[in-house]
Write a protein that binds this ligand. Structure first.
Ligand SMILES: [Zn+2]
Length: 149
């Protein structure tokens, strides 16, 4: 899924990341480029703590506050989406198209579901004076017996 990041982004990658940030109305600072590089290598789901660890692993530590602020900015500008698994676990997702997730409670890993979004026939009407903005689907799974082949 995601390749390990052991080196800072290369010049060509930096240019591409800068272009993507600008396309989302984000000024490409070195720290933003560093944080974006963690995500833009493919579809990844990372918590803020994982982002902090990866950026630190790249040898250019960025403060926690900067990471949180930058992730918030990226989400606000549509570069990342945010998936809340529960009140204590939030993931930032490089896949911003509509999709659903499986969350493995045993491993703590969030993965994208494959195929069309599940439909909810009995989705209730929103309260008066409101409208449904989004429906997030996270299917919680745990490790079970391997199916016989
Ligand atoms: Zn996802």
């Amino acid at each position: 899924m995601s390749a390990p990041h052991s080196s800072p982004p290369k010049a060509a990658a930096t240019l591409e990341i800068s272009r993507q940030l600008l396309a989302h109305g984000i000024q490409p600072t070195p720290q933003r480029i560093e944080i974006a590089s963690v995500f833009l290598c493919g579809d990844v789901h990372l918590s803020a703590e994982q982002v902090i660890a990866r950026v630190a692993g790249n040898g250019r530590p960025v403060s926690k506050a900067t990471v949180y602020n930058t992730l918030g900015l990226f989400r606000e500008r549509g570069l990342l989406s945010q998936v809340s698994v529960d009140s204590t676990r939030v993931f930032y997702d490089s896949n911003t198209s509509p999709h659903y997730h499986f969350f493995n409670v045993d491993t703590g890993v969030l993965t994208d579901g494959d195929g069309p979004l599940p439909t909810l026939e009995t989705l209730p009407a929103p309260p008066p004076g409101t409208m449904t903005e989004a429906v997030d689907v996270v299917i919680r799974v745990r490790n079970g017996p391997t199916p016989a082949t």
